[in-house]
Design a protein around this ligand. Sequence first.
Ligand SMILES: [Zn+2]
Length: 443
Amino acid sequence: MSAPVWYELLHVDKNCGARYGILHTPHGDFETPMFMPVGTQATVKTLIPSEIKEVSQGLILGNTYHLWLQPGDELIKEFGGIRGCGARYGILHTPHGDFETPMFMPVGTQATVKTLIPSEIKEVSQGLILGNTYHLWLQPGDELIKEFGGIRGFMNWDGALLTDSGGFQVFSLSKMRKITEEGVEFRHPKNGSKLFLSPEKSIEIQNNLGADIIMSLDECAPFDSSYEYMKESVDRTIRWARRGWEYHPNKDTQALFGIVQGGKFKEMRKYCLEELMKTPFPGFSIGGLSVGESKEEMYDMLEYLSHYMPKDKPRYLMGVGSPDDLVMGSIYGIDMFDCVLPTRNARHGTAFTSEGKIQVKKATLFNDHGPLDKECDCVVCKTYSRAYLNHLIKSEEILGMRLITYHNLYFLKTLMKNVREAIKNDRLLEFRNEFFKKFGYKL
Ligand SMILES: [Zn+2]
């Protein structure tokens, strides 16, 4: 085993003896000679980590004397050392179960996690899933669902549930929408009738749908909106969140989260969060990310926000769930994720495996007797061959979609379990490096 830190001499200037080399460390390799900024009190004075990254090579210095005296090395250890990557392990308590976080929540848009029955959803999730307010409001209607005891009763799901506000779909799916201070008016996509969604109406529908965790109505403005438009939109989102909170009658049984918007503008995101924190929301969501911006832009924003999000409340990153984003989001202190990706990918024949994504209908799998993922212990991988799955997907058989859906969700459940174990052992960054390398992601 090599030393954790070692130096590799690559060149010596023949005229003066100056050395060029690489210093290898567990958290990065650095060209030398190099300058290291001093972060005496575990802060490079006035700068946040994303800025320190920009102005250094990535190796900084802390002073043992100062940190030993205050706040104390024992406390710093609890945060995973001075570096403390920001990842948190915790428990989310709900009326229908307690859940270890960080966690991934499968999406059950139409009161169904497509192709699976509730007992299967239980096997491949932690027990908390998501329903979409917009779709269920339009059909079959929240009043009907209420008669069945909410979504949980309607679909026979005895686990916990989260619903979104419906806003995202109104903004992304409906043409002919008009936003006013009161709410958003739009046309029914099928019959063209006029519909109106206000902050109060969104809460009323979500009261009827009966989820444990519900969302404030927000406007998810495009990431690259102008500063002027984004400011107007964020201010409205803040006012809508307050109106929803005032209206919400079931504060004891349904936890209402506020949603942080602000597109690419960091100061505006911080402003939105700080305004929302004036209302006692039991949790906060981050919306308007993974909407077309680069992954670097998204991670940079998460890192920035991680310094301002309250420590004692859950943080939910909405609509994000590719394996790399789950690991990176966890590093930046996100507790909850949801995404249609694993289920949608599955229906198109794409499977996650420990060695990366594969197209199940790929010709080379035609006579492959092995399991989909040899490291997975799900029932699909224990029972079926790649050859059989390849045949089902090529034949567009529903069972193929079902089996890959099951495996993909199980894969993410296992990934999050490994992420939590790594956090508990203060080694999430090392886990990220190992996982990315094996899965084929660039570090
Ligand atoms: Zn599997």
